[in-house]
Design a protein around this ligand. Structure first.
Ligand SMILES: [Ca+2]
Ligand SMILES: [Ca+2]
Length: 216
C-alpha cells in the first residue's frame, strides 16, 4: 500500500515535471510583456529603406497647440515561458511588430523584426527605423512566431511614411498626393509626418528626405 502511494506520487511528480519541461523555453503569450517607453498615443515617421525615424525620436500623436512634442517610443519586450522564466537567445527574426489594421500599410520583408536576439534577461527592443511604407492608425502588437502577445491588446503607436500611397516606393506619385494633402485645410495623418496636426515645412522636409527610398 505504501509502495503503491509512493509510486502514485512518483508518477504525479513525473507528469508535473514533464509538463513544466514541455513549456520551458517556449514563449508564453500571457507571461511575456511589451511596452513603449512613453505612455499615450505616439506617432513614428518611417521609410521603406529603414532611414525614417528611430523609435526614440517619435512624437506624441497630434502634438500640442500646433507644435510637435518629442517622445521616446522604444518598445521593450521581456520574453518568458509558461513558468515565468525568461528566455534568452531567442532569434530576433521570430519577433516582429504587426498592426491590428494594415490595410494602408506596406511592410517590407522582415521590416519590423526586433533589433536583436533576446539577451540574458530575456529582453529585446525595437528602436532602429522600420522598413515600411504607408500609414496605420491602429494598435501595434508584438508577435512571437506569428502569434500576438495576449498580455495586452497592443501599443498605441501609429505610423506614417513618405510612401503615402503604400506601394513600397517613394516617388513622384507620393509627392503629388502629399502636395494635395498639404493644400487640404483638413490635415491628413498620412502626410503629417512631423506629427502635430499642422502641415508645415517640417513635414515637407521629411517628404524630401524620403524621395527615392524603397524596400531593400
Ligand atoms: Ca509610393
Ligand atoms: Ca506637421
Amino acid at each position: 500500500m505504501v509502495l503503491r502511494k509512493l509510486m502514485g506520487i512518483f508518477a504525479v511528480t513525473l507528469i508535473v515535471c514533464g509538463a513544466s519541461f514541455a513549456t520551458a523555453g517556449i514563449p508564453d503569450l500571457e507571461e511575456s510583456t511589451a511596452d513603449a517607453a512613453t505612455a499615450g498615443t505616439l506617432s513614428l515617421f518611417c521609410l521603406p529603406n529603414g532611414a525614417g525615424s528611430v523609435f526614440s525620436d517619435a512624437y506624441v500623436k497630434g502634438g500640442s497647440g500646433g507644435s510637435t512634442v518629442a517622445a521616446d517610443a522604444t518598445v521593450t519586450l521581456t520574453l518568458r515561458d509558461g513558468g515565468g522564466f525568461v528566455i534568452p537567445n531567442f532569434p530576433a527574426e521570430d519577433m516582429w511588430l504587426q498592426w491590428t489594421d494594415e490595410a494602408t500599410l506596406v511592410v517590407c520583408a522582415g521590416g519590423t523584426i526586433a533589433d536583436f536576439d533576446t539577451d540574458a534577461s530575456g529582453v529585446t527592443s525595437w528602436n532602429a527605423g522600420l522598413n515600411l511604407g504607408g500609414f496605420a492608425e491602429a494598435l501595434v502588437q508584438v508577435r512571437i512566431n506569428g502569434d500576438a502577445l495576449t498580455s495586452s491588446a497592443g501599443i498605441a503607436l501609429h505610423v506614417n511614411s513618405a510612401d503615402v500611397n503604400f506601394d513600397g516606393v517613394v516617388n513622384l506619385a507620393d509627392v503629388g498626393t502629399f502636395s494635395s494633402d498639404f493644400a487640404n485645410p483638413t490635415v491628413q495623418y498620412r502626410s503629417d509626418f512631423a506629427n502635430d496636426g499642422v502641415m508645415n515645412v517640417a513635414d515637407v522636409g521629411k517628404m524630401a528626405l524620403g524621395v527615392g527610398a524603397s524596400c531593400p
